[in-house]
Design a protein around this ligand. Structure first.
Ligand code: PLP
Length: 369
């Protein structure tokens, strides 16, 4: 068998021709920025997510930065977030010149939890970013409730959690805004960069619309600070409109594979992720193993791609000499050394899933002798 890749785009012949048709439609439309495709996608994505407003932007990192600006974050402000989510939120905070304040995560979910909030609020953040890491909803209802008591706004990073839901509500609809990325490998991916912000607040949506378009209030009038150029283009919007109806089935396929892994690995000396119910869309199947490098070497030898999400916590990245943390980030620091991701995507064949499972079982059988 060929190596099982970490990701392969789920494009069959039918989807391929629909995507090509949608691109051709844009090429022939004579309108490439902020046209019908973008406005239609924004409407359709908002409807699917159960949000009042959706404003599309250039990518997920811009979505976070623009949402922070729309929430009023300035260079003198602090933003609370976790340090195990790949530095995307940190990039957004640092671009504004604001100060990231890092809290630890729960050992079970690797997400921010309510236990970490008291320490974070002492630092008086203006906003906290809650990342639904690996596609799993954080304890977002309780976090939003606690934050609102402190007058702190919550922005959700949903770049890995398109379609994750609890009690009928989707990721991105709990806080003041939800930020999405449509990077090609995300659960909903474009054929280039893309991002979006959803919100229930029409004033917030209007500020986002202004900031993505130079800060204009009307053409060539700049009345809002922090303006940018960050737009989804018509081609990406057209492709996303084709793919959006597949999201639910693709998420089901991811969950199904992740659940097979969890059952197969239940008795092994590794830490599996929690069960995959509707609150998780299994963006990444990330487990924890003690001897990660040996494990990855073995998997590579037997033809299974793996990766590490993420190896260096944000507060230890070389670009910034020092970072503010709420105490010691014990779970964050420990998990960065043990997390490893296995292939989990729609279109992964039964045979490939079987090969991944057999390989993991073989590694641990070998380790025991
Ligand atoms: C991918 C990702 C982003 C950034 O999205 P881009 O479109 O690549 O800028 C932000 N947050 C998380 C958690 C991500 O996984």
């Amino acid at each position: 068998m060929k190596e099982v890749p970490l990701y392969r785009h789920p494009v069959d012949a039918v989807l391929h021709s629909k995507i090509c048709d949608s691109v051709r439609r844009v090429v022939d439309s004579n309108r490439y920025i902020l046209g019908e495709e973008v406005y239609s996608f924004e409407r359709e994505f908002a409807d699917v997510m159960g949000a009042a407003h959706c404003v599309s932007v250039g990518n997920g990192t811009d979505a976070l930065e623009i949402a922070l600006r729309a929430a009023g974050v300035k260079a003198s402000d602090r933003v609370g977030l976790v340090a195990n989510a790949g530095f995307y939120g940190s990039t957004a905070v640092r671009t504004i010149g604001a100060e990231p304040v890092y809290a630890d995560v729960c050992d079970s979910s690797l997400n921010l939890g309510v236990d970490q909030l008291a320490g974070l609020f002492v630092m008086r953040p203006k906003v906290i970013i809650v990342t639904h890491l690996y596609g799993r909803l954080a304890d977002i209802e309780r976090i939003v409730l606690a934050a609102s008591r402190e007058g702190v706004q919550v922005i959700e990073d949903c770049a890995q959690s398109h379609g994750a839901m609890r009690d009928g509500r989707f990721a991105g609809t709990f806080g003041v805004a939800g930020c999405f990325s449509f990077y090609p490998t995300k659960n909903l991916g474009a054929i280039g960069d893309g991002g979006a912000i959803i919100t229930a607040d029409s004033n917030f949506a209007e500020r986002v619309r202004q900031i993505r378009q130079y800060g204009w209030s009307s053409k060539y009038r700049n009345e809002l600070e922090g303006g940018r150029n960050s737009r989804l283009d018509e081609i990406q919007a057209a492709v996303l409109r084709v793919k959006l109806p597949y999201l639910r089935a693709w998420n089901d396929a991811r969950r199904h594979i992740a659940s097979r892994y969890n059952s197969a690995f239940a008795d092994l000396p590794l830490q599996c992720p929690p069960p995959f119910d509707e609150s998780s869309v299994a963006h990444l199947y990330t487990m924890r193993v003690a001897n990660r490098e040996a494990f990855r070497r073995f998997m590579k030898e037997v033809g299974v791609a793996t990766d590490v999400h993420y190896p260096v916590p944000d507060h230890q990245q070389a670009a910034y000499a020092s970072s503010t943390t709420v105490g010691t980030l014990l779970v964050t620091d420990a998990s960065c050394n043990t997390v490893v991701t296995l292939p989990c995507f729609p279109g992964l064949t039964d045979e490939e899933v079987g090969h991944v499972i057999d390989s993991v079982l073989r590694y641990f059988a070998k380790e025991r002798v």
